[in-house]
Design a protein around this ligand. Structure first.
Ligand SMILES: C[S@@+](CC[C@H](N)C(=O)[O-])C[C@H]1O[C@@H](n2cnc3c(N)ncnc32)[C@H](O)[C@@H]1O
Length: 121
């Protein structure tokens, strides 16, 4: 059963996409905390990594620069949020933008080594 009207969620983030980064202090603080815990994680091999609800790509940007990540999927339901990521991450070739619903991931089973999600669920 769907609790949220996803078309409304998508439209809402599409609409907010160009202004979103002005109001992300909380998301960045939480994302930085997530990454600092990741850095001491005993998990070592994160070559293919997925960021669900990646938004404008702050966490994806940090992840894509980590040396043990070969491919990063930045996945979001809002194409306009992903467009902001694309503009911010020019030159970071390991990042693949995926416009999709987190509940219907268009990825093969067992195709990623690590999954992150910051303030999306
Ligand atoms: C509050 S923002 C967080 C963005 C980013 N992770 C950050 O830390 O700034 C939530 C994001 O989740 C995305 N989102 C919401 N529902 C989604 C769904 N069902 N599938 C994929 N992305 C979704 C929104 O479009 C939005 O970009």
């Amino acid at each position: 059963m769907n609790t949220f009207d996803k078309s409304l969620v998508r439209r809402s983030f599409d609409h907010a996409s160009t202004r979103y980064n002005r109001f992300t202090a909380l998301q960045r603080t939480i994302g930085d905390g997530l990454l600092s815990r990741f850095n001491v994680s005993p998990l070592q091999d994160h070559r293919t990594t997925l960021d669900i609800g990646s938004g404008t790509g702050y966490l994806s940007g940090q992840l894509s620069q980590q040396k043990d990540i070969d491919t990063l999927y930045a996945l979001d339901i809002s194409a306009d949020m992903l467009q902001q990521t694309k503009m911010a991450m020019q030159g970071l070739q390991c990042t693949q933008l995926v416009c999709a619903d987190a509940e219907q991931l268009p990825l093969c089973h067992s195709s990623v080594d690590a999954v992150y999600s910051n303030v999306a669920y």
